[in-house]
Design a protein around this ligand. Structure first.
Ligand code: HEM
Length: 540
C-alpha cells in the first residue's frame, strides 16, 4: 500500500481506486465551495504566509521526508515564524516565535483555549468526554477543577510520595539483580511510571491493575497514528477505509469491560464506608473520589461513568455513561510523557559524561553514604533539576502543542480564521538560536542562574504548554521524574549494553507519534555503587 509520511508516522493511503474516487468527489465539492467562498469574508483576509498549495492535498507534499516537528521548522525558516499551511481540508497555523506564542497563549488566550477534534479521541474516549480534548467551556472548566483538586494538587501529589518511593525502590533492586548484565532500561522506567499512576488512580489492591496497564499500552500505540481520513473530515465515507479506527474501537470496548469491573469493585467498597460516614475512604484513590462526588456533589454536570472511565464529568449522557473516562485519560496523558523525559535525560547524560558525573557528584555528596534517596532530599539537588529542565528544552515529549481558534482573530497582524488548527512548535522554540546560546548543546548550567521555567512565565520554553490549558500534571510529573533519575544516578554507574565505548556510539534517533520518543530502547549495563537498604527502611 502507498504510504505518505506525516508525523513520521506512516499514513496509509487508501487503495488507488478508492483514492481516485475520492479525488473526483473532492474536486466536485471543492468547485462547489469555491463559488460560495467568493462571497465569504474570510476570502479577503490576510492569512500568514506559507508554502504553495496544490488542489486537494494542499501543502501535504512539503511535509515529506522529515518528522513533522522538523518539517514544520524547515518550512518556518522559509516562510516565517507564523505560517499557514493547508493539510488536506485542514488549515493549520504554525507558530515558531515567542512573540506569536505570547499573543496566542496570553493576550488572546480565550480565543485559542480549545483543541482540534481528532479521530483518535473520538474512537478512544467516551462520547467525547475526554477533557483534554473537550471544547473550552463549562464542562472543561469543571472537569479540570475536579482533576486538579482530586488528583493533581500539590497536596495530592505529596500524598502519592510513598507509592513513588516504593515503586522506584523496587526498580532499583531489580536493576541490581541484573548484576551488570545488559537490560532494557526504557521498559523498566515506563513500567515504574505505569505502576505508580495505576496505584494512585485505582488503588493498591485493584485486581485489574495489570490488565488495565496492558490495555493502556495498546492505547498509546494506537493514539499516535494520524490517518489520511483525519485530513478530510468532511468526507465521512473515508472513515470506512481506516483499519486503525476499527482497531481503536475494539480496544475501547475491551477497556470499557475492565473499567466496568473496576468501578463495580470500587462501588462495593465505597458503599460500606459511605453508609457509616458520608465521606470517601481516607487516602482513597481517584476512582473512589469520583464515585463519591458522583453521589454527593451538586455540580452543574453529572459525573458520568464515561467521565470516571475517561475519568470525567459531563452533562447526562446515558445512565451507564456515569463514571470512568478520567481514569483512562489521566493514565494515557500522564505516563508516556514522563517516561520519555527519563529516556532522553539518561541518553543525553550518556552522551555527555561530564554532565552525568556532575549530577552524580551532587547527589552522592548530598546523601553522604545514606542507602536511599528520599523525596525530601531532592529539593537540594539544583543540578539534577537543571538536567530535567534542559532535557525538556531539547526533547519536549509533546513537540507540537495543538490548539484551535474559537473565533476569528488577528495575530502579529495576520488574520487567523475561526476553526483554524494552531500548531505551536515547542521543539523548535527550544532550539532557536535567537533565544538560546549554543542551542544544540546539552548544557544544564544554562538553567542554574536563570529565571526561565516551565510553569508558564517563558514563551520560548513551553514543554508543558502555557495559558489556561497548560498541563495540570507538572508537579506530578516532575516529582516522579526527579526521584527516579536521582535514584538511578545515585546507585549506579552506567554503561551501554552492547559494550561499546561512550559517548560516541549512542544513537539519538527519534520516533514521532503524538509524542517524540527514542526510536530504539536504551539497553544498559548498571554497576552498583551504593549498598542497598533493607526493605524495612522504606517509608510505609
Ligand atoms: C513530563 C511530563 C509531561 C509533559 C511534558 C506534558 C505536557 C503537556 C502539554 C504540552 C500539554 C498541552 C498544554 C497546552 O495546550 O498548553 C499537556 C496537557 C495536559 N496534561 Fe500534560 N504533560 C506531562 C505530564 C502529565 C501528567 C503526569 C499528567 C497527569 C497525570 C498530565 C495531564 C495533562 C492533562 C489532563 C492535559 C490537558 C489539559 C487541558 O486541556 O486543560 N500531563 N501536557
Amino acid at each position: 500500500m502507498t504510504k505518505f509520511v506525516l508525523c513520521s508516522t506512516m499514513i496509509p493511503l487508501p487503495p488507488p481506486h478508492v483514492f481516485l474516487t475520492v479525488v473526483i468527489i473532492f474536486l466536485f465539492l471543492a468547485f462547489g465551495k469555491k463559488k460560495r467562498r467568493s462571497t465569504n469574508k474570510d476570502s479577503i483576509s490576510e492569512l500568514p504566509p506559507g508554502p504553495k498549495r496544490l488542489p486537494i492535498i494542499g501543502s501535504l507534499l512539503q511535509m515529506r521526508g522529515a518528522s513533522p516537528h522538523q518539517a514544520l521548522n524547515n518550512l518556518a525558516m522559509r516562510h516565517g515564524p507564523i505560517m499557514s499551511l493547508q493539510l488536506g481540508e485542514i488549515l493549520a497555523i504554525v507558530i515558531t516565535s515567542p512573540k506569536a506564542v505570547m499573543e496566542i497563549l496570553k493576550i488572546h488566550e480565550p480565543a485559542f483555549a480549545q483543541r482540534p477534534r481528532l479521530g483518535v479521541v473520538e474512537s478512544l474516549s467516551y462520547e467525547y468526554s475526554s477533557f483534554t480534548f473537550s471544547p473550552y467551556g463549562e464542562y472543561w472548566r469543571q472537569m479540570r477543577k475536579i482533576c486538579v483538586l482530586e488528583f493533581l494538587s500539590t497536596k495530592r501529589v505529596m500524598s502519592f510520595r510513598s507509592i513513588r518511593e516504593q515503586e522506584v525502590w523496587n526498580m532499583i533492586k531489580a536493576i541490581g539483580d541484573f548484576d551488570e548484565k545488559p537490560f532494557n532500561l526504557s521498559d523498566l522506567m515506563l513500567s515504574v511510571i505505569n505502576k505508580v499512576i495505576a496505584r494512585a488512580l485505582l488503588g493498591d489492591r485493584c485486581k485489574y491493575q495489570e490488565e488495565f496497564i496492558s490495555l493502556m499500552k495498546e492505547v498509546m500505540l494506537l493514539s499516535g497514528v494520524l490517518e489520511f481520513p483525519d485530513l478530510f473530515p468532511s468526507m465521512k465515507f473515508l472513515q470506512y477505509t481506516s483499519r486503525v479506527k476499527l482497531a481503536r474501537e475494539r480496544l475501547h470496548h475491551k477497556i470499557d469491560v475492565i473499567l466496568n469491573y473496576i468501578i463495580e469493585d470500587h462501588k462495593a467498597k465505597l458503599e460500606s464506608v459511605i453508609n457509616n460516614e458520608n465521606k470517601p475512604p481516607a487516602g482513597g484513590d481517584l476512582v473512589d473520589m469520583l464515585l463519591h462526588l458522583q453521589k454527593t456533589s451538586d455540580l452543574k454536570f453529572y459525573i458520568t461513568m464515561e467521565v470516571i472511565k475517561n475519568v470525567t464529568m459531563k452533562e447526562p449522557l446515558s445512565e451507564r455513561a456515569q463514571t470512568l473516562s478520567m481514569t483512562q485519560e489521566l493514565f494515557s496523558v500522564g505516563t508516556e510523557s514522563s517516561s520519555i523525559v527519563l529516556e532522553w535525560a539518561m541518553s543525553e547524560m550518556l552522551r555527555n559524561p561530564r554532565v552525568m558525573q556532575k549530577a552524580q557528584l551532587e547527589i552522592r555528596d548530598h546523601l553522604n553514604g545514606k542507602s536511599l534517596v528520599k523525596e525530601s532530599d531532592i529539593e537540594s539537588l539544583g543540578y539534577l533539576k537543571a538536567v530535567v529542565k534542559e532535557t525538556l528544552r531539547l526533547h519536549p515529549p509533546i513537540p507540537l502543542v495543538p490548539r484551535e481558534a474559537r473565533e476569528r482573530c488577528k495575530i502579529m497582524g495576520y488574520d487567523i480564521p475561526s476553526k483554524a488548527n494552531i500548531i505551536i512548535n515547542a521543539w523548535a522554540l527550544g532550539r532557536d538560536a535567537e533565544n538560546w546560546i549554543n542551542p544544540e548543546e546539552f548544557l544544564p548550567e544554562r538553567f542554574l542562574e536563570s529565571s526561565v521555567d516551565f510553569k508558564g512565565n517563558s514563551f520560548h520554553y513551553i514543554p508543558f504548554g502555557n495559558g489556561r490549558r497548560i498541563c495540570p500534571g507538572i508537579n506530578y510529573a516532575i516529582a516522579g521524574i526527579e526521584l527516579l533519575l536521582a535514584q538511578l544516578l545515585y546507585h549506579f554507574d552506567w554503561g551501554l549494553g552492547d559494550g561499546k565505548k561512550l559517548p560516541y556510539v549512542l544513537d539519538m534517533e527519534e520516533t514521532f507519534t503524538i509524542t517524540l520518543r527514542r526510536k530504539n530502547p536504551l539497553v544498559m549495563i548498571a554497576k552498583s555503587r551504593i549498598k542497598f537498604a533493607d526493605e524495612g527502611t522504606l517509608p510505609a
